[in-house]
Design a protein around this ligand. Sequence first.
Ligand SMILES: Cc1cc2nc3c(=O)[nH]c(=O)nc-3n(C[C@H](O)[C@H](O)[C@H](O)COP(=O)(O)O)c2cc1C
Length: 411
Amino acid sequence: MTLPDTTPTPRRILLIIGGGIAAYKALELIRALRKRGLAVRCVLTAAAQHFVTALSAGSLSGDTVYSDLFSLTDEAAMGHIELSRDADLLIVAPATADLMAKMANGLANDLASTVLLATDKPVLVAPAMNVRMWLHPATRRNVERLRADGASFVGPDEGDMACGEFGPGRMAEPERIAEAAVEMLRPADAKPLSGRHVIVTSGPTHEPIDPVRFIANRSSGKQGHAIAAACARLGARVTLVSGPVAIPDPSGVDVVRVETAVGMLEAVDAALPADVAVFCAAVADWRVAAQGGEKMKKDGKGPPALVLVENPDILATTAHRASGRPDLVVGFAAETEKVIAHAQDKLRRKGCDWIVANDVSTATGVMGGDSNTVHVVSAKGVESWPTMSKAAVADALARRIAAALGESTWV
Ligand SMILES: Cc1cc2nc3c(=O)[nH]c(=O)nc-3n(C[C@H](O)[C@H](O)[C@H](O)COP(=O)(O)O)c2cc1C
């Protein structure tokens, strides 16, 4: 008698390896994925075969490697549509500028791009390229379009590059890509933040002076939006309260758009109750006391005096709520000097649980930039994290939040 096979079928990854110098790291990625019990099948682009061999990818994955759209044998054994549908998750690593351009525009002129267009499965993209290629407006457009189409991204990281330059563009480390894959494959109700409601504020506020002028700051919203996306990826229901920004909404979060600090506090209050609140927005400290109904005009008597009044303190107000206070209240501190000392002082004054402090002095390029160096300050002490992309900071913070909610005390 044959016993029924009760061995669980491993989740299947289709790993698409693009033609970049980081392709060698894709071989490590195969091992990292298999170590986590995932079955891996590889597609190599024609360019990828200049960097790694099908023999290496096949030996490490233990499966056939595909690369030719028009191969009679491959098409008969495992057609391109079947190849994309058979996987639970597609990973593109390294995702070259070229491959992302094809994906963003729906091109399907080789096996890799055809499989990516034919799939109905989630796609995880790990870009890797020279910093100028990454920062080029065409690549920026393609990334934004892919995000809007629902692709998830891991990396790129910032650092020294094979081409001798420095900046964002290095492929995320294989272990991090494998972790992101595991998170994406986890069923929604088994994710570490599932069942939790997280409120995130992001971006600047605009405080009107008259109908056409306002007081603002340089916040781009990149860090707050990335935190919202990271919490959503971990299964949280996320309300993102965003000031005026020029970046797209992250997928899978509820976005509430506001202009002013007063509007932001109202939106946060309306979004409560929540398990966690992360106040990442750069809220203006002051607003103009008497906002003019008409555009102010030069009258030859010199500049007008702008009388300012203090805005509500959203972090302190929420942290001090007598009822309905989120279990974990996290504030951000943008400092230009004595970063940790000021953050410790802010933690005490505001009554929140953590302060994530970052140095926003002009030299660091944090405001508007893609990377961040943060210190997580709590009553327990200070954790100083290495410089990472804002997306990596967001991932680490979301995981830290999930771990803290699982502990009985986290302050
Ligand atoms: C030595 C070398 C290294 C390259 N590294 C990269 C890279 O890291 N990222 C990238 O986007 N393109 C890189 N390219 C360019 C791509 O190989 C080229 O755009 C190719 O058409 C990509 O094809 P694929 O997207 O089908 O893999 C490199 C080219 C050479 C010759």
